[in-house]
Each structure stands twice: as structure tokens, then as C-alpha cells.
Design a protein around this ligand. Structure first.
Ligand code: EPZ
Length: 418
């Protein structure tokens, strides 16, 4: 296993490009199952989760390869067996996104029930409720979800929670259903909007994406897709926090700024200077860092995927910051590791109270999940001395060569074999 070794104290200075969005690429890769043929996807990041999803599509009978010019080519002409096995699904919960498309295309699917993960139980009951309302027969046995439907029928589906992949799964399935589907209390995330755009390019009849009511008119068939994935708003936010914490000065050249209001607002409240420049976004960190309160919510609220990164920043602020995690029930595992670095944080259920300090001290710490890893790297950038972040396979799931980007910005960071 690899670890990252960071010597704190360097400011991040320079220009950087964010990679394609993991959480946009995954549902779009699932969409290729809806139309037999060859699909070309651009700006797909080179991440562990993308590799895993590619292996999943291959296990279904597709071929997936990266072309020389950076495109991912998916040929979904053949689907031998609509079964997503435990071995693959257990490594990546987003595998559940093949369920809707497979039922729509093949009339049946058998997908391993994704277990929970470090940050929470992560149930998929709303995904299954949607498919049942569309006429599917859904059974759970031996750890697998078995879904059958000669042809799905349009339905009126109210989601008890605006689940992101739940909305995406139902939208994917509804594109080939008979009749019209209305998803109420749908997720508003940009990744849902991007998926709808891609599906409409394939010939799907969708409207209302980006609102809490999405209408999908089923069609007889869809065409292969050519699409370029948008930049990753969470990676962009993570780099913004890095510039802010290190009193850096960074130009993010392809920043999806229009999707980052909550994060930008909170960083500005903390004293960070953020403005448009040369078609990119200039981020200038200033000290002292003011303490701000954070409460995570579904989009357009403050993204839960940025909570750990903001907590690292608040560890260096001038006062008290109350951080409330409303989306997942166990997304404070970075706290124990940050405390090893001298952070002063008290957790009570969904609340974390962060008392800012002058300094953090470098220490050996352990990554526990994707965004927790990022927060430990950010803390290491400003901590006194050496920080070693182990188990960074968590980081590699969602960040494309992050240490190289940080090194180019002046960080003293290197990847070593443990
Ligand atoms: C997506 O996960 C993202 N993953 C997550 O990003 C992100 O943290 C999350 O949305 C919230 O923004 C992908 O897009 C691949 P949810 P998802 O369904 O869809 C409850 C990362 O770091 N819920 O919106 O699984 C659930 O328990 C990852 O890149 C149900 O109760 O999130 C949770 O409390 C981590 N029943 C809440 O909804 C369901 O059927 C939010 O979950 C589904 C969800």
C-alpha cells in the first residue's frame, strides 16, 4: 500500500487544472448500457472507481478501453449476463447504477446489494421503490437484488430523500419505459443535470433536470453517446481549500464555478479572496482564517463531500466553528486523525465543534474514506514537520494524481511504498 509523505509549510502557488468529475462520469458510463453500440466519453478521470466501473461493464459483456486521445470507448453491443457480482460491487457502491439501465435494456438484472461503507449505512431502498413503482418485480435474496420487468412502465415516484444515485438510477431506467415518469423530490445535483444532458443526446425525453421535479418520457430506443465529462467540483473545492489554508495564490483554470456557490461563499466568509481571472478562478488565501459554521445539505446546500476539507481549514481558524453533517450518519472519521495532528475538535452526534489553533503538528495518520483522506493531506500541507498519510488507496478512488498537482503548486509531498 502507498502512503503520502508531506512536509508542511509550503504555500500553494501557480496554476492547476481539475480532472473530470468522478460522480458525473460514473452514471454516464452506466448510461452506455441503454444503447447497443460504441460510445465515446471524453475527460473521464483516471481513478480507481472508474477502473472498477469499467471492470463491471466488462463483466457484463461490454468492452471498455482508453483511446490514445484520452477518450474512454465503451462498446455495449453485447450484454451476456445482466449480473453485477459481489466482488466488484463491494469495492464500489456506485455499481448500483447499472441496475436501472440493465432492467430497462434486458428486462432483468441481478446486482449484489451494496453493503454500507465507512461513512454510513447507505441504503438503496429508494432506488428499489422507484423500480417497483415502475412495475418491476424486486426481490432481495442471498445478498443480491433480483429485478425483473418485461417492460417498465412510467410512474409517479416521490423520493422520501433527494438521493443522488437514486434519482440517477430511476432516470436511467425511465428513459426506455412505456409512458411518462415523474420523479418528485428529485436530487438537484449538477451530476444529475449532466446525466440528463447526456441521455437527451442519446435521444431520451427528459425535462426538469436541476429541479426537484424531473419528467421522463419513455422512448423505444436510444443511440450511442459521444460526451465530454464536466470538471470535478469537489476536486476544485479541495484545491481551493488548499490554497486558502496555505495562504497560497492559485489559478484554477477549468473550475466549474457555476456549481460552487455554497463552497465559495463559505471560503469568502473565512477570508479567502476568490475571483474570476483569465477564464479561470483565482484563489488567494489570507490569514487569519475566520471561523465559519458549516451545515451540509443536498445541492445547492453545502456539499457533504467538502465537509472534511473545510474542517481541516477550520482547525487553523481564529475561533469556534460548528460543523453539522446532515447527509451521512458517520462522516467524522477524519476527526480522530486530525486530533493526532493537534486539532481541537469535539464531536457530538451530527455536530463537530472545532476550536481553531495557531499550528498543527505533523504526524503519521490514516485515511479512512475518500474525502477524509483529502482533509488529512490538506492538514499536512500546513502542519509543522512531516505528516505521513497511509491507506491512500481511499484517496486514489476519487482524486487523479493529487500529489502531482500539489507538488507542481509547490507542496513538499511524495508518494512512497509502505
Ligand atoms: C452520491 O452518493 C455521491 N456518490 C456521494 O459521493 C455523495 O456524498 C452523495 O451523493 C451525497 O451528495 C456518487 O455520486 C457516486 P445519496 P449517494 O443517495 O447517491 C439516504 C464521494 O465522496 N438514502 O444522495 O449514495 C442515504 O442513507 C461520494 O464522491 C436512503 O435513505 O448519496 C444518505 O443518508 C461519497 N435511501 C442520503 O440519502 C436510498 O435509497 C444521501 O445519499 C438512497 C439514499
Amino acid at each position: 500500500m502507498d502512503k503520502l509523505v508531506i512536509e508542511g509549510g509550503r504555500r500553494l502557488i501557480g496554476e492547476v487544472e481539475v480532472s473530470g468529475s468522478k460522480n458525473s462520469a460514473l452514471p454516464i458510463m452506466a448510461a452506455t448500457l441503454l444503447a447497443a453500440g460504441t460510445h465515446r466519453l471524453g475527460n473521464v478521470p483516471e481513478l480507481k472507481d472508474i477502473e472498477t466501473f469499467s471492470a463491471l461493464l466488462t463483466s457484463l459483456g461490454c468492452t471498455v478501453e482508453r483511446s490514445g486521445d484520452g477518450f474512454v470507448i465503451v462498446n455495449s453491443t453485447r450484454i451476456d449476463e445482466p449480473v453485477a457480482g459481489y466482488e466488484l460491487v463491494k469495492t464500489m457502491r456506485a455499481s448500483i447504477l447499472v441496475l436501472g439501465p440493465l432492467v430497462a435494456r434486458c428486462g432483468r438484472a441481478r446486482v449484489s446489494l451494496p453493503g454500507g461503507c465507512a461513512i454510513g449505512a447507505r441504503p438503496v431502498n429508494l432506488h428499489l421503490k422507484g423500480l417497483e413503482l415502475m412495475g418491476a418485480d424486486v426481490r432481495i435474496e442471498h445478498g443480491y437484488i433480483d429485478v425483473r420487468a418485461k417492460r417498465l412502465k412510467g410512474a409517479h415516484i416521490y423520493l422520501d430523500y433527494p438521493t443522488v444515485t437514486g434519482t440517477e438510477n430511476i432516470m436511467l431506467a425511465a428513459t426506455l419505459a412505456e409512458g411518462e415518469t415523474l420523479i418528485e423530490n428529485a436530487a438537484l445535483e449538477p451530476e444529475v443535470v449532466e446525466l440528463a444532458r447526456a441521455l437527451k443526446k442519446m435521444g431520451a425525453g427528459i425535462e426538469g433536470e436541476g429541479t426537484d421535479k424531473i419528467k421522463i418520457k419513455g422512448v423505444e430506443g436510444l443511440n450511442p453517446l459521444e460526451y465530454t465529462v464536466m470538471p470535478d467540483r469537489i476536486e476544485a473545492g479541495t484545491l481551493m481549500v488548499g490554497a486558502a489554508m496555505t495562504r497560497g495564490n492559485v489559478l484554477i483554470k477549468n473550475c466549474p464555478y457555476e456549481y460552487m456557490d455554497a463552497v465559495v461563499t463559505k471560503l469568502k466568509e473565512a477570508g479567502t479572496e476568490i475571483k474570476s481571472e483569465d477564464g479561470g478562478i483565482r484563489v488567494v488565501g489570507t490569514y487569519p482564517i475566520r471561523s465559519v459554521d458549516i451545515k451540509t445539505y443536498p445541492y445547492p446546500g453545502f456539499p457533504t463531500d467538502m465537509q472534511a476539507q473545510m474542517m481541516a481549514m477550520m482547525c487553523m481558524s481564529t475561533g469556534l466553528s460548528v460543523i453539522t453533517e446532515t447527509v451521512f450518519e458517520n462522516r467524522f472519521m477524519h476527526v480522530a486523525e486530525l486530533k493526532r495532528m493537534g486539532a481541537d475538535i469535539m464531536v457530538d452526534g451530527r455536530y463537530a465543534i472545532v476550536k481553531g489553533k495557531e499550528r498543527l503538528s505533523g504526524a503519521p495518520v490514516m485515511a479512512t474514506d475518500l474525502r477524509a483522506s483529502a482533509s488529512l493531506v490538506l492538514a499536512g500541507l500546513v502542519a509543522d514537520g512531516i505528516t505521513e498519510v497511509s491507506r491512500i488507496y481511499h484517496l486514489d478512488r476519487g482524486y487523479e494524481r493529487l500529489e502531482e498537482k500539489l507538488k507542481r503548486l509547490g507542496a513538499e509531498i511524495k508518494r512512497v511504498k509502505e
